[in-house]
Ligand binder design. Structure first.
Ligand SMILES: *Cc1c(COP(=O)(O)O)cnc(C)c1O
Length: 397
């Protein structure tokens, strides 16, 4: 008899043959600048924990305390019996941090995009999307029954063209939702949200920004891209983000008007049907907001390291693309070269993974580095020296 699961092994072997399978590296201890990976002590150069908050004493203490006062689980989904005072307080503090009327916390950023987007738009609507938007946005759009129009990456003229032709559409679209990443995770460039939101306003479109990589990085105190461009809430209607990156914990969120938040929690299926944050998670997220408000030095150090790294890598002759943020790609071309560079860096004590096709174009394979505020000046110097050594050996510089 035919084995109905035969495809599982076959497809996996195909991935291995084309070197597209994931081989998991195991962190033996916390995600700190110096960490143990597969038994080797290395400098972490690819975590999203930009500010080192995942191991910050205030967050750890808040989590421990919440376990004592509230236990380890919330016991339910938010709408039934899983809303604790900690969740309410977290949303109140997040809204204040974001200078928004209200905020809502989801289980993850992925759950936010895949739960909310299909409620904002449906049949007879149009989603206008940057071609490099995150996979969770793409899945959210697929779950809706809206049509989709893609514009060239961060290209406002092309966006204008798409919006103008949407206006001609017959029958007229009921709603238009413009959606973009704030900071693009593969290249580290920033969406020109000031011009994007102006174009959207001209055509009456809603604006949704996914600021997963901008929070804790852009704007005063790391408030994010909306604050970075100083845009009003009439210009950006849904500011979405995550606690899993610079905030150092886990969880997705949105900020905007009270109407948006009430709509979102009554309709998002991911929010309604999946368990809420355990108390230590909610408490650690709250402490992360405290730290961002009271310790601006982390964001400052992140940017100082970032400027130095880009400058010195450029001076050495590396191609670091057009990044404007602490995500700095080191573009090497062929995927095999990126894999060899990453392996050599690991031997030299630097952990940074190669990003290859299909995540980026075939000839744009790269090592993606992400700067971290918790690194010392000496650590950054060592990493640059390791890149220089490995780059020379591979004939890249
Ligand atoms: C990481 C990321 C997400 C997903 O966030 P999680 O909270 O980790 O699920 C969504 N959008 C973008 C742009 C991201 O980079």
């Amino acid at each position: 008899m035919r084995d109905p699961t035969a495809f599982l092994g076959q497809e996996y072997r195909q991935l291995v043959e084309s070197q597209l399978d994931w081989r998991l590296r195991v962190l033996e201890g916390p995600s700190t600048p110096w960490c143990e990976i597969d038994g080797k002590r290395v400098l972490m150069f690819c975590s999203n924990n930009y500010l080192g908050l995942s191991n910050h004493p205030k967050l750890k203490e808040a989590a421990r305390r919440a376990i004592d006062t509230h236990g380890v689980g919330s016991g339910s989904v938010r709408p039934i019996a899983g809303t604790m005072d900690l969740h309410v307080e977290l949303e109140r503090r997040l809204a204040a941090f974001k200078h928004a009327e209200a905020s809502l916390v989801y289980q993850s950023g992925f759950a936010t995009n895949s739960g909310l987007i299909p409620q904002l738009v449906g049949e007879g609507d149009l989603v206008v999307s940057d071609e490099l938007n995150h996979g969770s946005i793409i899945d959210g759009v697929r779950l809706s029954r809206a049509e989709r129009a893609v514009y060239k990456h961060t290209d406002v003229a092309d966006l204008e063209r798409v919006l103008a032709s949407a206006e001609e559409h017959a029958p007229a679209y009921r709603r238009i939702l413009l959606i973009t990443d704030g900071v693009f995770s593969m290249d580290g460039d920033i969406a020109p949200l000031d011009r994007i939101s102006a174009a959207a306003a001209k055509h009456g479109a809603m604006v949704y920004v996914d600021d997963a990589h901008g929070e804790g990085v852009l704007g005063p105190h790391g408030r994010g891209i909306v604050s970075h461009f100083n845009l009003g809430r009439d210009r950006v209607h849904v500011e979405m983000g995550t606690f899993s990156k610079a905030f150092g914990v886990v969880g997705g969120h949105i900020s905007g008007s009270t109407d948006l938040i009430r709509f979102a929690y009554n309709k998002s299926r991911t929010w309604l049907l999946s368990g809420s944050h355990p108390p230590p998670v909610a408490a650690a997220c709250l402490a992360a907001i405290d730290v961002l408000e009271s310790e601006p030095e982390h964001v400052e150090r992140l940017w100082n390291h970032t400027r130095r790294f880009k400058q010195e890598m450029g001076d050495l002759g590396f191609n670091t693309g057009h990044s404007e943020t602490p995500i700095t790609p080191v573009i090497v071309g062929e995927s095999g070269v990126a894999q060899r560079l990453s392996a050599r860096l690991f031997e030299l004590g630097v952990f940074a993974l190669p990003i290859v096709f299909p995540m980026v174009a075939k000839d744009k394979a790269r090592i993606r580095t992400i700067m971290n505020a918790a690194l010392t000046d000496d650590d950054v110097g060592r990493a640059i020296a390791a890149f220089e050594t490995a780059g020379r050996e591979l004939g890249l510089v």
